[in-house]
Design a protein around this ligand. Structure first.
Ligand SMILES: [Zn+2]
Length: 287
């Protein structure tokens, strides 16, 4: 997003409760991070327009083979576990992956017997999923795809909702295209973990502090704000789980991540504390 020209910014209300009463809690390099004074939701405001964001993501993939290798390796652990969790609730039918990237998750879901569909804004990534993996992928935004009402049994958003300028409209559209009692799966970074890590690192080793990655992430959900948003947009009986961490093929770091994830799973099960780096919500469309 570091373009030479100034990028116009769009002012947003709180996505959870619609309030415009918010306070700046951090001045990140790219844009301010605010906390809603009514409900506590944390988000970037103002943010670039959707047009600028789409141009940014369209240029994100250039080397297909490199991205395929990287995605397959890094995401396999996440997607295998995600699919296992989905199959607890729904093991067949029409599945849509929003922001499906190269289609690696859909490939696994198709092998499990789902009828798979994808939406991807990046033209090269959508073309890869269609041409190389023979997947049914619409290139564009979810709204542009204009799927019929009550069409899907499952809709997944793997690490997508934190990137979009209007998360409410995405969830509303997912509610429209899901069958009654259909399953929505949303995976996002846990802001409580990332804020705590940033505070600790900025005190002891500021140059290693990654902040909240406001170049890519516009919305910063906690378990509380994610579930509140989903309930308000028409989803019920949500189950919140610690997300499986991304694995990047660096043995020491990956082992540390898996160990921390085990601790987070215990904290979740025994103490109802959400300290995982990533959280996943599984919720059903209200009939
Ligand atoms: Zn709010």
């Amino acid at each position: 997003m570091c373009a030479d020209r100034p990028i116009p910014k769009v002012d947003r209300p709180c996505a959870v409760c619609s309030s415009r009463d918010a306070r700046i809690i951090r001045m990140e390099e790219i844009q301010p991070v605010v906390r809603c004074l009514r409900c506590g939701y944390i988000y970037c405001n103002p943010v670039p327009s959707e047009v600028d964001l789409l141009a940014y993501y369209d240029g994100s993939y250039t080397d297909w083979d490199h991205w395929e290798q990287t995605f397959r390796h890094d995401r396999q652990y996440v997607f295998t576990e995600g699919l296992r969790r989905i199959c607890r609730y729904q093991s067949e039918g029409k599945l849509l992956d929003v922001g499906c990237s190269l289609g690696i998750f859909l490939e696994g879901a198709r092998a499990e017997g789902f009828e798979c569909h994808g939406v991807e804004v990046s033209e090269p990534a959508a073309r890869f999923a269609g041409d190389r993996l023979r997947l049914n992928v619409f290139q564009g935004t979810l709204h542009e795809a204009r799927y019929p009402c009550e069409f899907f049994d499952v809709v997944t958003l793997w690490d997508v909702l934190e990137h979009v300028p209007d998360p409410r409209s995405i969830l509303r559209e997912i509610r429209r295209i899901l069958k009654p009692r259909g399953l929505a799966v949303v995976r996002v970074p846990n802001v409580n973990f990332h804020l705590s890590r940033s505070r600790i690192l900025s005190a002891i080793c500021p140059q290693r502090d990654p902040g909240l990655d406001t170049l890519n992430h516009l919305n910063h959900f906690s378990a509380h704000s994610l579930l509140a948003l989903m309930r308000r947009q028409g989803f019920e009986r949500p189950v919140l789980l610690p997300g499986t961490p991304n694995i990047y093929g660096r043995p020491l770091i990956d082992s540390a991540k898996k160990l921390y994830n085990s601790l987070a799973q215990m904290a979740h099960s025994l103490l109802h504390l959400e300290i995982a780096t990533i959280i996943e919500a599984y919720a059903f469309r209200r009939p």
